[in-house]
Design a protein around this ligand. Sequence first.
Ligand code: PMP
Length: 353
Amino acid sequence: MSYELNDKIKNLIPYEPISGTFEVRLDANECPFGYEGELMEMAEKALKTVAFNRYPDPCCTDLRKAFADFYGINSKNVTVGNGSDELIFLIETAFLKKGDKMLVTSPDFSMYEFYASVCEVGSVKYLKNPRLDIDIDELIATVNENDIALVIFSNPCNPTGQGVSKNDCEKLLKSVNALVVLDEAYMDFWDESESFLGDVDSYDNLIVFRTASKALGSAALRLGFAVANETVSRAIAAVKSPYNVNSLSQAIGCELYKNKEFLKNRLKTIVENTKLLYNNLLRVSENVSDFSPYPTKTNFVFIKTSAAKELWSFLKDNSIAVRLMGDFLRITAGTKAEVEKVITCIEKYYNKG
Ligand code: PMP
């Protein structure tokens, strides 16, 4: 008897973020601030309410309400996932049929394409222009010419930091016979008026994703949210595994979203730190011709340089982790002190030479 892994999985490598310990972690677009003081007290109090012997609420009733109240939407439009990662996988597997094709843009969040390959869905790639943004008419044409069933992209985009305007997204939604998934993982950093969170009842082909992992500073909880009209939401709730969000995360998540003022203030600090990071990188670029930071609508900055690998390595040797992607680096805005450290180290790299 013998068993062989199939072709689609036999060469896959389990996901492993950068290994080792670093003084400064700017590689995963996380929030630099942990749960301290009042927030930690809130989490401890929430944990005490958990019925550890019981299964979690499969509908995440209280959490959906807290999330919906925070963003001023209706909880009937919300389904919760074990991080938006789970939701991406779920939507691609359940909303696509055998033989369907989906469209991804490039560069974009790599998991969209990865999950497509695992569930054997064909994917068509739309290549972004050199400014790394999307020409919406070109994208619409690609969707329609290729008979695409699902379009997914992050807005604003990880890793480029660029955003597609609400007008352009609206044009896309109205011009294609495809389900459009707008992954707004980083929208908190940009501008809520560009978001489609409040518009899902106007579209039968729209799903919006949000996450607690970025601006809300709670990546450890694994909370992702799919927002869609009631018909689509019911379908998502029906295909998800029943107890996908554990009771601890539900309890803490519920309390977290009640701290609106605190979270908005912290968000303001992260946006300021991102500006500081971008402005300093721009200053570096004035003296280095092969070093171009892109403006950003997120909590990180994407930089093009043919020295990416060497610079990444230099930063790593100085205990600073950033993300390397070919000829690009992606640096998350940390605390002010972390931003200053990474800038000093980049300057050291260019001055050593
Ligand atoms: N979408 C985008 C665009 C992301 O960058 C990430 C995380 N890097 C995710 C989704 C996954 O987020 P979560 O932690 O909610 O699974």
